[in-house]
Design a protein around this ligand. Structure first.
Ligand code: SF4
Ligand code: SF4
Length: 218
């Protein structure tokens, strides 16, 4: 007799891994895309659990107060590389000159330079920090950081998924061996490499978009 299927609480989110044809030649790209895939699955699962309890995700396309308000957005080295690559290679439409201008004029304290007409201009390659920040029940007010005003409405992502996503970036730093990866994860090696997106000299990326070599590394 066929076994009855075990009941599950709601449908599992069907998250697809991003793919780019360049993955076969750009060696670091699969590492970053794996990291984002792991993170996205963990986030979708955490959201699903809260939605199944009757909460409503407030984040949606076009809602971008957070991108204008937050000035502390941690980014890992591989993420910066990913953003450079994506902007230079993949933003080719009318957004390109807009983004180039924003990057060239970016200064600390301004809204995120990747915000274009209320949407993230690098959405597929947005950093883990942006992916992890999700708010429930009502959209953020202008200038509001709900982490401080209503912490209970902010998603707490599952640490296991978060750590796995970060660990997927370790081979970029030459740490491939499983034991070494565990050690690096424990020592917080990658966390010591994190930069604030708002502290990065994005003017260099604007120059690279023009094919110019910036005077200093990002
Ligand atoms: S974090 Fe707040 S502002 Fe950002 S998308 Fe979600 S609800 Fe909108
Ligand atoms: S990278 Fe994208 S999602 Fe993150 S703050 Fe900037 S515009 Fe918003």
């Amino acid at each position: 007799m066929a076994k009855k299927k075990k009941k599950t609480s709601g449908t599992r989110p069907n998250i697809k891994r991003l793919t780019f044809p360049e993955e076969s030649t750009v060696t670091w790209l699969p590492m970053l895309l794996d990291a984002y895939f792991i993170a996205d699955r963990g986030i979708a699962e955490a959201i699903r659990k809260r939605v199944s309890k009757g909460e409503r995700l407030a984040c949606s396309k076009g809602c971008s107060t957070c991108c204008a308000t937050h000035v502390t957005i941690p980014v890992y080295p591989l993420e910066v590389v990913g953003i450079y690559w994506y902007v230079i290679e993949k933003i080719l439409g009318p957004e390109r000159p807009v983004l180039k201008k924003q990057l060239a004029e970016f200064a600390k304290g301004k809204p995120c330079p990747f915000l274009i007409e209320g949407a993230c201009g690098i959405h597929p390659m947005r950093p883990l920090a942006c992916r992890h920040f999700n708010v429930f029940n009502r959209p953020c007010e202008p200038g509001e950081d709900p982490f401080y005003t209503r912490r209970h409405d902010v998603l707490t992502p599952d640490e296991r998924w978060k750590n796995k996503a970060v660990a997927a970036m370790l081979p970029f730093h030459g740490i491939r061996d499983r034991a070494k990866r565990r050690l690096a994860a424990k020592s917080g090696f990658l966390n010591s490499q994190v930069q604030n997106l708002h502290d990065i000299n994005w003017n260099n990326l604007a120059m690279r978009m023009e094919g110019k070599k910036p005077p200093v590394r990002p």
